[in-house]
Design a binder for this molecule. Sequence first.
Ligand code: BGC
Length: 245
Amino acid sequence: MEVLGVDIGGSGIKGAIVNTQEGDFASERLRIETPQPSTLEAVAAVVAEIAGQFKWKSAIGCTVPAVVKRGVTMTAANIDDAWVGADARQLLQSATGSPVIVLNDADAAGIAEMKFGAGRGRDGLVAILTLGTGIGSSLFIDGRLVPNTELGHLIIRGKDAEERATDRARQLKGYSWKQWGKRVSEYLEYLESLITPDLFIIGGGVSRRHKKFFPYLCCKTEVVPAQLRNRAGIVGAAVAAVDLI
Ligand code: BGC
């Protein structure tokens, strides 16, 4: 089945038609800069433009960097604060004229990794963590998603983990791979002390460079890099939207 997946981020809005059986793109990937300010109306217009370019009239899955409950965005990270409390699903549906499902970006990436990537066939408790501008988390128990976990905001050494273990923190603070790897390790060790997972999957653009920092990870839990790379959000969003058809 083909579904349009859209990944809404703080700097870009990316969309592609996805073959949801194969977990791959069935079209080219379109990317449009996120409008500033990134109000819901402005972003919805871009999503409508992407759908229009694909002449898309069917279901759309949309990721957002936010907690989402029944289509309502409850938080907003790297997008305009006006998203908090807004009915994102309704606005995106009226902008595109299509049925839309809205879900957290890390949950979407997790769905894709569990179905087509590093989590395939893995049961027990799997935690997928995307280390990018923020830390996104998604948790799966025997393959079933527990949505909106927000485990990236654990407090470590008095600070939000995002200030220490994101790729953004690595670049901003000029950490070496070793310095940063130790911070990521501390985060994973704290998380494993709380939830005792069976597997950690590390995603986000930096997972491409996992060989640079995995040697510094000391947690007991098995850690593997994500496999879908920058396709994960779009693919997961599309898979989540299949039920709308
Ligand atoms: C947000 C999450 C999001 C993550 C990755 C965090 O700052 O709180 O909702 O999944 O960033 O974008």
